[in-house]
Design a protein around this ligand. Structure first.
Ligand SMILES: Cc1cc2nc3c(=O)[nH]c(=O)nc-3n(C[C@H](O)[C@H](O)[C@H](O)COP(=O)(O)O)c2cc1C
Ligand code: SF4
Length: 434
């Protein structure tokens, strides 16, 4: 591990007073678009190999190797599309917004590199509906990029003209799931698709499509500039490179911080986020609420793509860390998380539609003081139904809800059980059953 300083946030100073928006001229003056120029003199397959060799893994949640995903595009099937996932609706996640607020061209350069490498004709930046400001910033940056020939030109050696558009969503979490995103992009209800076929084969408008997160693509200029070996000097063997960590909740200085993958959560909180606020550390969500919760004894967990295997959470997710101090009501916290999932479930799959609704009902009655003794086991059983049989739901939302609930129950059982017990002591168990 050898992190020498910001890569993605190199144009964004720590001091808020010194931050500014990097327009095209500022971006060029700080070395911008030099990597694109370098790439255009390479063979597309060599660019793909470079990305494979760098070990870059997707920063949108699943951590899938980026270069490997690109190799899934069928040979000789055109047109091909790129869908840039800027939906960023996972609670606790605001890293992509922070980057684009200051440095939109880093994304556009990443898109242009990916488009060249994969012979893509149209790139769509699918942006969360609520991000009005960022949509305007990107539209302005895109106009500059077109003016300077970054887009609107043929990829060298081909007849494929590279175009890029900003497409605004309408504010639904499920449109961040890659095939829900594609449906929404096509003007339909954002219902995730049954796979196969996978988007690389039949994606947007039934054409081969790559879907990548904003931060994933923003890593590309630096990989091209410094090489795959340099990228691998940061992070761990399975999780290379720098990473944006959004830290919120009970910390003194919430914000987005860049560090290498594998940093201990305690270091991130103490060195960057000003330490835990209002009490002692009790729990944290490592990367968006779908990932589950880290326990009190897991404060030093390394934040990399092995976190799921090592610390009994779903994964690193978006690395949007939500910190909870020892005064937090974890039952209320979980109720709020589950309310979100129940509201955002698209309703196509019975285990997800019914499971999240029942979890919400049960947690509501526990919070309201009407929890029944069997509610703890009932919640655990619902988790099993929703998560034990892969393939019973179309997308990962149900599994996210399942991991949130089961890890809170496993790591903080007494917080829940004590609520049920106290109700029984008063002799009114069963009241208020939904
Ligand atoms: C319910 C759900 C919501 C998701 N929301 C987002 C999102 O807002 N942004 C994102 O980049 N990926 C999101 N993902 C992950 C995407 O499906 C996909 O894995 C990702 O965009 C791929 O890009 P990457 O490989 O560069 O990470 C979500 C997944 C699920 C199941
Ligand atoms: S798992 Fe849930 S959100 Fe995903 S497709 Fe099924 S019902 Fe919709």
């Amino acid at each position: 591990m050898a992190y020498a300083g910001p890569v993605l946030l190199k144009r964004i100073p720590d001091d808020p007073a010194q931050r500014k928006l990097y327009r095209y001229a500022d971006y060029i003056a700080t070395g911008g678009y030099a990597s694109l120029k370098k790439v255009l003199a390479m063979l597309p397959e060599d660019v793909i190999k470079l990305v494979v060799d760098s070990g870059l893994r997707g920063r949108g949640g699943a951590g899938f190797p980026c270069g490997t995903k690109w190799t899934f595009l069928p040979k000789d099937l055109f047109p091909r599309y790129l869908a840039v996932n800027f939906d960023e609706s996972e609670p606790g996640t605001f890293k992509d917004r922070y980057l684009i607020d200051h440095d939109p061209h880093i994304l556009l350069e990443g898109i242009a590199i990916a488009a060249f490498a994969n012979k893509i004709s149209t790139s769509y930046i699918y942006i969360r509906g609520e991000y009005h400001h960022e949509a305007k910033l990107l539209e302005a940056a895109l106009a500059e990029a077109y003016e300077h020939g970054i887009f609107g030109q043929k990829h060298p050696g081909t007849d494929i003209v590279s175009h890029c558009y900003v497409h605004r969503g309408a504010g639904a979490y499920i449109c961040g799931e890659e095939t829900g995103l594609l449906e929404s992009l096509e003007g339909k209800r954002g219902w995730p698709r049954i796979k196969p076929p996978f988007p690389a084969v039949a994606g947007a408008f039934a054409k081969p499509t790559i879907i990548n997160n904003v931060e994933t693509l923003a890593c590309l200029p630096a990989i091209v500039e410094h090489g795959a070996a340099w990228f691998k000097t940061m992070g761990t063997p399975s999780s290379s490179g720098p990473k944006l960590f959004g830290v919120s909740g009970h910390v003194n200085k919430p914000g987005v911080f860049e560090e290498e993958l594998g940093i201990k959560m305690s270091t991130l909180i103490e060195k960057y986020a000003g330490g835990v606020k209002g009490g002692k550390y009790r729990a944290a969500i490592p990367g968006g609420v779908s990932m589950g919760v880290l326990g009190t004894d897991q404060y030093n967990a390394e934040l990399d793509f092995d976190i799921g295997r090592k610390y009994n959470v779903l994964g690193l997710g978006t690395a949007g860390v939500i910190v909870m101090n020892d005064k937090t009501d974890l039952v209320v916290m979980l109720r709020n998380i589950v309310r979100f999932f129940a509201h955002e479930s698209c309703g196509q799959c019975t285990p997800c539609r019914e499971g999240t609704a029942w979890m919400h009902k049960i947690l509501n009655r526990i919070v309201d003081g009407f929890g029944q003794p069997q509610d703890f086991d009932m919640l655990a059983e619902l988790c099993l139904t929703m998560g034990a049989m892969p393939g019973t739901t179309i997308c990962g939302l149900a599994d996210g809800a399942n991991w949130a609930v089961k890890t809170f129950l496993q790591k903080f059982p007494e917080d829940f059980k004590s609520r049920l017990k106290s109700r029984q002591v008063q002799g009114v168990a069963g009241a208020g059953v939904a």
